[in-house]
Design a protein around this ligand. Structure first.
Ligand SMILES: NC(=O)c1ccc[n+]([C@@H]2O[C@H](COP(=O)([O-])OP(=O)(O)OC[C@H]3O[C@@H](n4cnc5c(N)ncnc54)[C@H](OP(=O)(O)O)[C@@H]3O)[C@@H](O)[C@H]2O)c1
Length: 300
């Protein structure tokens, strides 16, 4: 089979669509014939080596943490899914012709492959952040970076819970932020004041999905610092806010089940831009630019 690979840490130009060993479903996993796999921030951070801790690359590197496809192998102990079922979910090395998923749910029939693939990491991350923040009907939430891959999903999932949402974005994305149900504010210097002005007071929770605003400014918006959760600022804890990277915070099956339901009900709409696997470098350049709207997805 072929997979996206790199043989040295670098950038988009180091990506190749090349032969790779076929993965197989282990206990508790399924393998899918990939119809779409999204590009997430973690992918380019792995590609550039910033996640390597200074270690050299041992063998070819592969990328991708979510995918949609038809199940073609079912691992030991797995029930409730059969070869041929259309699913989407989370796994590793998913930017390939075949990929193993650790968590999956049925793909709603009306949802495109690319949209389903895009929902894996962004959906799980959004569910996690909103749950950690206790966002519910009547909550006022500020999403810092609301037009991005995770941000646009988080905004819509919060709106679906009945929350009032304010979201930061670049000027060009303000109409888009309105479209998905939030009040836009411009990010950058003074963003906390603009949020206070838009809300008319403090907010109940802040979900920092961009990691660009000084954490103290975000903490100034809430009554308790722990009501700021960041997925992108590793130093969030220094100001009493919380960083989440998944792990024990994660409830992937529950999250993907909710995401599938919201997609099927039309309460979550994910804008996607698709690129053939052979042209993955263009998608990586776009996400590394930091202003991609919605999600970038690779397709066979
Ligand atoms: N910890 C975890 O579990 C986890 C999970 C998923 C992702 N992440 C991380 O979360 C981050 C976002 O991921 P993503 O996939 O959503 O990225 P993305 O699609 O590239 O979105 C980035 C967003 O940041 C916004 N932005 C740019 N400058 C900003 C600023 N100064 N203030 C506020 N927002 C700003 C952009 O807005 P405009 O386009 O409007 O300019 C864009 O909407 C990445 O660092 C990723 O690695 C972490």
């Amino acid at each position: 089979m072929r997979a996206l690979r790199f043989t040295a840490y670098g950038g988009p130009d180091d990506l190749e669509w090349a032969e790779a060993p076929e993965p197989h479903a282990g206990p508790g996993q399924v393998r899918v014939a990939v119809r779409a796999a999204s590009v997430n921030g973690i992918d380019w951070k792995i590609l550039t080596g910033v996640m390597s801790g200074g270690q050299a690359l041992a063998g070819p590197g592969h990328l991708g943490f979510d995918a949609a496809g038809a199940v073609d192998e079912v691992g030991e102990g797995v029930t409730g899914v059969s070869v041929g079922d259309d699913v989407f979910g989370r796994g590793t090395n998913t930017q390939a012709e075949y990929a193993v998923l650790d968590t999956w749910v049925a793909k709603p029939a009306a949802i495109d492959w690319a949209v389903a693939a895009a929902a894996g990491v962004a959906g799980e991350t959004s569910e996690r952040g909103l749950r950690l923040l206790g966002v519910e009907a009547g909550s006022t939430l500020f999403v810092d970076g609301g037009a991005g891959g995770v941000g646009a999903v988080a905004v819509q999932m919060a709106v679906a819970r009945g929350a009032r949402v304010i979201a930061s974005a670049g000027e060009a994305n303000h109409d888009y932020v309105r479209e998905i149900g939030a009040t836009p504010v411009l990010y950058g210097d003074g963003v906390a004041d603009r949020v206070r002005e838009a809300v008319g007071g403090p907010v109940d929770a802040v979900f920092d999905v961009a990691g660009k605003t000084p954490i103290e400014a975000l903490v100034s918006l809430v009554s308790r610092p722990s009501q700021v959760v960041s997925i992108a600022n590793f130093a969030a804890g220094e100001a009493g806010a919380r960083f989440t990277g998944g792990g024990e915070d994660s409830r992937p099956k529950e999250a993907l089940t909710l995401v599938a339901q919201l997609l099927a009900e039309g309460k979550l709409v994910i804008k996607v831009q698709t690129f053939p696997f052979e042209r993955a470098a263009e998608a990586y350049r776009a996400i590394m630019g930091g202003h991609a709207r919605g999600k970038l997805v690779l397709v066979p």
